[in-house]
Design a binder for this molecule. Structure first.
Ligand code: MN
Ligand code: MN
Length: 284
């Protein structure tokens, strides 16, 4: 009798311990699963090292904030406006080489099949340039990398004076910083609505904006940022008549661009540092 009770007790304990192990196992799996789900989007692409300004997702259910990750840059596409909300890219010397401008503007076949794909010819006769956000000149390491900048999801209608004036000067000054050994993280886009192009119903933004973080340490991403880090932000009117104006004229704070766009930049930077950097206007 006593032996029988003891045996039953031992069996019960063994069953309990099995349940216990199973429960612990499930909990561990759950924790690992949650951790994977909650990982910041920075891990998706080097171009998002400082954050995803609009929390764009690669779901066709968010057509006006649709994340597209490419080897050369990452963007949020707006299917109603038919332009990117923003394009984000890393720039260091590894992206610069001697490849010539490929000029092969073309529709982006990575967009969901049922969406309209902007054609290079939609801009013909509009008076606006097919303005690059990630510039051709920032991707000259390989022919493929350069060609990727000519996808129409990296393009918005830009006034000739803006594109060929201050905007181009700033692009060129960014590459000069890289040749001095800096690494840049750049996000650019447009905001406001000046008009809509007849062909393709493409929205022409009233302003083009850009946020540039200038880092001394290479390949460290947000870890290389502190309160002394140089951040250049500009908001340039998308008008004619500004061709001879310096880009420095259009410097603003990151806070001003956050207010105008509703985006949050530098989200992978600690909030205290973020606040300091975002209210400062570059004067260098
Ligand atoms: Mn341009
Ligand atoms: Mn911010």
């Amino acid at each position: 009798m006593g032996y029988e009770v003891q045996r039953r007790g031992a069996i019960a304990a063994r069953i309990r311990s099995r349940w216990y192990l199973a429960a612990v196992g499930c909990l561990l799996l759950l924790l690992v699963g949650c951790n994977l789900l909650l990982k910041p989007p920075a891990t998706i692409s080097v171009h998002l090292a400082l954050g995803n300004p609009s929390n764009a997702t690669a779901s066709p259910l968010s057509p006006d904030n649709y994340l597209m990750v490419k080897p050369e840059y990452t963007l949020s596409y707006n299917n109603s406006k038919r332009i990117p909300n923003w394009v984000s890219w890393q720039l260091n010397e590894s992206w610069l080489g001697t490849v010539r401008r490929s000029n092969d503007f073309r529709p982006d076949d990575q967009l969901p099949a049922e969406w309209y794909r902007v054609l290079p010819t939609d801009y013909n006769g509009s008076g606006f340039d097919r303005g690059h956000l990630a510039p051709s000149g920032d991707r000259t390491n390989t022919p493929d990398a350069n060609s990727a900048t000519f996808l129409m999801t990296n393009i918005l209608p830009q006034s000739k004076a803006n594109n060929q004036g201050p905007w181009q000067q700033l692009e060129s000054d960014c590459r000069s910083l890289v040749r001095q050994g800096k690494e840049l993280y750049i996000v650019a886009g447009g905001y406001g609505k000046k008009r809509v192009l007849t062909k393709g119903s493409i929205v022409v933004p009233a302003y083009t904006w850009k946020v540039i973080v200038v880092l001394d340490r290479l390949n460290a991403g947000s870890r290389a940022i502190n309160e002394q880090t140089r951040v250049i932000a500009v908001s340039v009117p998308n008008f004619e008549g500004i061709r001879e104006t310096d880009w420095q004229t259009y410097r603003v704070s990151v806070d001003a661009i956050e207010a105008a766009t509703g985006y949050d930049f530098l989200t992978n930077v600690p909030v205290g540092v973020q606040a300091v950097l975002e209210r400062r206007v570059d004067t260098q």
